[in-house]
Every structure is written in C-alpha cells, then in structure tokens.
Design a protein around this ligand. Structure first.
Ligand SMILES: O=C(O)CCC(=O)C(=O)O
Ligand SMILES: [Fe+2]
Length: 264
C-alpha cells in the first residue's frame, strides 16, 4: 500500500485537542489518506465540525432528503436512502469541474455493506510511473471540464501544498482536452481523441495488475480524510450491488472548498 495511514488512537466523535488537529492537518498531506478505525457514531453535525478543521465546506450536489445535514452528501446503494451511482463514471478527483477543485474529502461509512470498496490511487506515484513519452504528452494536456463554463485545468500541475506533481482529472466528466494551452499550437480534441486520452489515463491507473491502487474495504466505524488533490478515486462496481445482496451501504461525504486554481 503506497498511500494511507491507519489511525487507531483518536476518537473523532469527542473533542480533539488542538495539537492533535494540527498534526492531522499536516499528516493528511504526507499520507494522502488518513484512515481512522473504530470510530463511535459520527453524526452529520460532528462530521461538519471535523470538516471545518480543513477549511470551508462546499457542497455542489443534489441534497438527498435523508441527508443528516445540508452539507453532508449522502451516497447509497438504495435510492430511498441516498444518491446512487456516485463516483461510478470513472476515476476522478472531487470538484474537478470547479475553478478551484475541493481540497479535502471526508468519508464516513454510516452503514457498511458486505462489499463495496472505494478505490484510491496516489497521483504523484502515477505520474512518476509514466514512461517519458507519456509523461511528456500529458504535460502538454489541459482538461476541459465544461466548455461553456470554460473550466480548463492543466492535467499535470503541482499540488498547492506539497508541490509534488499531481493530476486534475475526471474520467467521466471531461468535455475535451486542450493540447498546448496558451501557445500557438493550442488545439481542442474532438470526441474520439478525448475518449482515447481518457482511456489512456484509465489504462495507466489500473496497469500492473492495479499495483498503484489501494482499495479500501470498509469496516464499521471507518472514517477517512483524503487530500483530494493528491489522490484519485472511484467507487468500485460492488458499491452499486443491491442491499438485498450486500446490505445497505450509506456513505456520508463532505468536501472542502478549494482555494487554489491548478496552475502549471
Ligand atoms: O461511494 C464511494 O465509495 C465513493 C463515491 C465518490 O466518488 C464520492 O463520494 O466522491
Ligand atoms: Fe468522488
């Protein structure tokens, strides 16, 4: 496992001392994923409080009637319980369609199914694993999330905090790519070329028998804080299995407003 730190000695449901919060805020960039085990019940209210350690909450999504708090996105395998098919259109970071993509995502599995991992990939390692030729091509690409909104981000850029190379991408929500943005050679891809590039990114993520991927099998009481700009993720197909087969899956997700526009 290349990313993630397991934390067993912090009780997020209760007040957490200032120094520990500071340490968490630092370590989330170092490990990219902090996986807190054996948490007591975390209410929507408490998840929002924890989320505020990292900045301002921003919720851009449909509000499910069963959501415990207006800022908590409730995801489920049962549409009566939460939004379904979330994160299933492809590998992505959250908020790639925003001028400033979300800085952090916080996940609490309020009801744990028998199957239904969330898969994560460390983006710096992904970039470092590319052949020179592929890296050089990707360095020339910008992702056009939405042509009308003119949301255009460099595919590879430096993480605003760690300065490591990282990726701004969404394999299910990209209108086009732009080659060589802001140069005379600037050129927008057509749909066949766009899908070919999306497939190439997918292939690089899952290569070598998924050795770059950490697939998190959720257990009761798990709470994950992710450096959303440093890891890509995808809901695995099993996340959509019906509750009659795998039990009810309910994920409470909060996201933190970005404060940086990805720049080359
Ligand atoms: O359901 C999951 O495991 C993750 C879904 C997702 O992409 C998200 O909540 O941002
Ligand atoms: Fe997501």
């Amino acid at each position: 496992m290349k990313i993630g730190k397991i934390i067993t000695d912090i009780n997020l449901a209760k007040e957490v001392p200032r120094q520990i919060i500071d340490k968490i805020r630092q370590e989330v960039h170092e490990h990219r994923l902090l996986i807190f085990k054996n948490q007591e019940l975390i209410t929507g209210e408490r998840q929002v409080e924890i989320s505020k350690w990292f900045g301002e909450l921003e919720s851009t999504f449909y509000k499910h009637p069963k959501s415990p708090h207006p800022d908590v996105f409730r995801v489920s395998n049962d549409e009566q319980e939460g939004c379904t098919n979330v994160g299933r259109t492809g590998w992505h970071i959250d908020g790639s369609f925003m001028k400033e993509p979300f800085k952090f995502s916080l996940y609490y599995m309020a009801s744990v199914p028998k199957q239904g991992d969330t898969a994560f990939v460390a983006l710096t390692e992904l970039i470092e694993s590319l052949s020179e030729a592929v890296r050089a091509r990707w360095e020339r690409l910008w992702m056009v999330s939405d042509r009308r909104m003119q949301i255009v981000h460099p595919l590879i850029y430096r993480h605003p905090v760690t300065k490591y190379p990282t990726l701004c991408f969404h394999l299910g929500m990209t209108d086009a790519f732009l080659w060589d943005a802001n140069t005379e050679q600037e050129r927008l891809t057509d749909w066949p070329e766009t899908t070919q590039i999306l497939k190439e990114i997918h292939k690089e993520i899952v290569k070598d028998n998924r050795s770059l991927i950490y697939s998190h099998k959720w257990e009761d009481g798990d709470f994950i804080i992710s450096d959303n700009l440093a890891v890509g993720h995808e809901a695995t197909p099993e996340t959509q299995y019906p509750k009659s087969d795998v039990g009810l899956r309910i994920l409470h997700r909060t996201t933190i407003r970005g404060t940086n526009k990805p720049v080359k």
